[in-house]
Design a protein around this ligand. Structure first.
Ligand code: S3P
Length: 182
């Protein structure tokens, strides 16, 4: 089964995806990197040259073709887990992508406190077009606002992890005991 790591920018998706994939001996894909490779452009340039609407379309297309490719790859089916995909912060929040991910794998929402997100993102706004130019209270306000909009999508995840400083084995135990969707 594919593991989809979702959550706000700065929630630790890439970091966890990398470590988790190593631990589970499965491939790790960063959806932003997959899109950049497909488009031959960095995310910031896709936003500025082609617009957010175009990016969201590509994000969904790249996600679907990646999962299709994994399903067709016999070697990926050796164990219970087949791959870890680290999604972009907005991936679950457009089209029916959150429901689609729930049909195609295990969705895991990394949800650390907003103050932690702000502290991590303050030095990384340049690489994130949605946060460009924001600092201090403006940044916190924007995170709060976006989080409020996005929470209804993130909340559909099968697993939510608030403590992102968990030990690896505890993280894996949570995934292995994920409840079924209602
Ligand atoms: C976005 C998050 C980014 C990237 C793009 C848009 C978002 O990914 O996909 O800048 O809408 O939250 P990260 O969450 O990996 O920063």
């Amino acid at each position: 089964m594919v593991i989809f790591l979702i959550g706000f920018m700065g929630s630790g998706k890439s970091w966890w995806a990398h470590r988790l994939a190593q631990e589970l001996h499965v491939p790790n894909y960063d959806l932003d990197a997959v899109i950049e490779e497909a488009e031959g452009l960095e995310i910031t340039d896709i936003f500025s040259v082609k617009g957010e609407g175009y990016f969201r379309q590509k994000e969904r297309e790249c996600l679907e073709s990646l999962v299709e490719k994994l399903q067709g790859d016999e070697t990926a089916h050796a164990g219970n887990w087949t791959a870890v995909i680290s999604c972009g912060g907005g991936t679950p929040c457009f089209f029916d992508t959150m429901d689609w991910m729930n049909l195609h794998g295990l969705t895991v929402w990394l949800n650390p406190p907003v103050e932690m997100l702000a502290a991590r993102l303050i030095t990384e706004t340049a690489s994130r077009p949605l946060l460009a130019g924001k600092t201090g209270a403006d940044l916190v306000e924007l995170i709060d606002h976006l989080m409020e909009e996005r929470a209804p999508f993130y909340e559909k995840a099968r697993v939510q992890i608030k403590n992102t400083h968990l030990a690896m084995q505890d993280f894996i135990n949570i995934l292995e005991h994920a409840p079924d969707l209602p």
